[in-house]
Design a protein around this ligand. Sequence first.
Ligand SMILES: *Cc1c(COP(=O)(O)O)cnc(C)c1O
Length: 396
Amino acid sequence: MLRKNRLFTPGPTPLLPAAQTAMASFTAHHRTADFRALFQRVLAGMKEFIGTQHDVLVLSCSGTGVMEASVSNLTSPGDKVLVLTAGKFGERWTGLAKAFGCKADVLSVPYGETFSLNEIRAKLTSDVRAVYVQATESSTGARHDVKGIAKIVREQNDALLIVDAITGLGTTHLDVDGWGVDFIIGGSQKALMMPPGLAYCAVSERAWKRMETATSPRYYFDLRKERKAAAKGESAYTPATSLFAALGAALDFIRDMGNGNLSNGREELVNNAELCAEMTRAGARALGLKLFAAAPAAALTAISSPDGVDSGMIVKEFRESFDAVVANGQGEMKGKLFRMAHIGYYDYLDTIGILAALEHVLARVTGSAVEYGASVRAAQEVYARGLSGKRQLVEA
Ligand SMILES: *Cc1c(COP(=O)(O)O)cnc(C)c1O
């Protein structure tokens, strides 16, 4: 049968056609009035997309570049930082903190789990200068309680809270300013439905202040330089110009989702991910599969491989039969789980389709009988319930 290549990976994610078209035709030089207009429109839109009044910067790099900037700009060698880690991306924080000479106090919980707020409270001594965490740990599909963590940090001391929301933004309801998040990070190849190459952050006043005294080395990622340039509608160095054009189109699409209001569009995008995720979880359970994460994120669903089956076989079979790309586990989780994303440009048909394909894939790799339609039906029921809920709301 004909196969269409489709990504179900937690980044890069499927591309918005309008973003692709915008990129393809874009030629403006970055030191022109035309580009400045686009740049300023994009930065203003990104504030609404993130849901913040803080300064937003968009940099030309992958997400890890801005993760690094959040360490190099906000810490000094010898600073004690608290790293909360529950997966491969949490471990990246530890690596970054060490690379810049911080004393990293690591609160680590097993893959698939999330943190106890009491343990965080106990670790948050007055000498902790910054706390690093993920909103959603893409390697395990777990959701962390950013609101709860922020509350503790704000109560306890003046530590900065830095959140890697690279798969969290656009899939998770986050109140960045209200909760007191000092630095939140996102990437273009996730919920923004664009290719990799841009990463962004929102920076609180408290964080800007810290930057003045932080002494870690930085040059390309000196955020004070970017802030100054942004005030004039420019970036410090040559930006990925065509990706800014794509971002403009992506923000227009999200605004349309919100009937002309970008913040509403963001909420719609989050609701969409939540519904896709709920359908997927119901579908997986209907096939007797176990979810890997105790508190699953809407960004992606990590599913444990059935006993005796290497998840690599599942990934391979998706690819060979359907040209669908799902993600294997990373590191120690390789072979044990597979991951299907709901970040950004996924709809009902994508979700139903991948579940139907999952049934065929399981039948092939396990060699045992699968009740065809079981996961599709469970997902349809979730969808129908959501729909009837909405109808009632409209009628009420
Ligand atoms: C994708 C991702 C990143 C960033 O990775 P890059 O490859 O540098 O873009 C960081 N954290 C999380 C949670 C992610 O999902």
